[in-house]
Design a protein around this ligand. Structure first.
Ligand code: GLP
Length: 241
């Protein structure tokens, strides 16, 4: 695991944007694994800016997002479909037919999870997976105790995650209880991954991911097993290391 500590959030985002840009420039038809959350917003802004100003193209890129809430239609304003549309897809030249997210409104979410995993395999697997980290050490929606061998499936969200994400919904009660998420093993199968964490609130989770024991109690610690994992931090998120 390579850990890069940058002075501030902007520097961290630019470093992550450099890695994405290098990947899609070297391999225009790269398969990207994409993430949501507040941390990723400035990264998507930086990539959109490079598209506008430097011609960075995603036209041949395929993407798979990590997760989606169950019960939200794609056009629900709080769905991750909407997040991706607003934060990234509508600002770049990615082909919507190749930009995938799990189908949170599928009648059979478990079957939809298996189909998603098969779609990733059919695309040849993920070349570069972007990740954030939850305050409890989750990656995607793989909450503490998630099996390290898990593949895309339905997960129940913990109360702490629902509380952390409640700010996007009208109330705690309106915050979804379930999600479809890539599994820990799906994430580990990516050829390279970049985890971004910024701000003091992530410092403890970052400590457990980087220096803690490999344990399902901190799903992000599974990245210790990844052959090409880069963790990009600002000084605040690195504060407990
Ligand atoms: C959500 C997402 C994760 C993300 C996490 C952190 O729960 N499913 O993929 O890493 O939030 O979000 P934020 O960046 O807003 O702290």
């Amino acid at each position: 695991m390579k850990v890069l500590i940058l002075p501030d959030e902007q520097a961290a985002m630019q470093r992550a944007a450099d890695i994405v840009a290098r990947t899609v420039t070297a391999t225009p038809d790269a398969v990207l694994g994409l993430a949501t959350g507040g941390t990723m917003l400035p990264l998507y802004e930086a990539l959109a800016q490079r598209h506008r100003e430097d011609g960075l193209s995603f036209a041949k890129t395929t993407s798979f997002n990590l997760d989606e809430y169950i019960g939200l239609a794609p056009d629900h304003p709080c769905s991750y479909h909407s997040y991706m549309q607003e934060a990234f897809f509508r600002h770049v030249d990615i082909d919507p037919a190749r930009a995938h997210l799990p189908k949170g409104d599928a009648p059979d979410p478990q079957a939809a999870s298996l189909e998603y995993e098969a779609l990733i395999a059919a695309a040849g697997g993920i070349d570069l997976q972007l990740l954030g980290i939850g305050q409890n050490g989750h990656i995607g929606f793989n909450e503490p105790t998630a099996s390290l061998g898990s593949r895309t499936r339905v997960k129940t969200l913990t109360t702490s995650t629902r509380r952390a994400n409640q700010r996007y919904f009208a109330s705690f009660e309106d915050t979804p209880r379930y999600a479809i998420t890539m599994g820990v093993a799906t994430i580990l199968a990516s050829r390279a991954c970049v985890l971004l964490a910024t701000g003091e609130a992530k410092a403890d989770a970052v400590l457990r991911m980087v220096e803690g024991p490999l344990s399902a109690a901190c799903p992000a610690s599974a990245l210790q097993l990844h052959a090409s994992a880069t963790v990009i931090l600002d000084e605040a998120a690195a504060g407990a290391l």
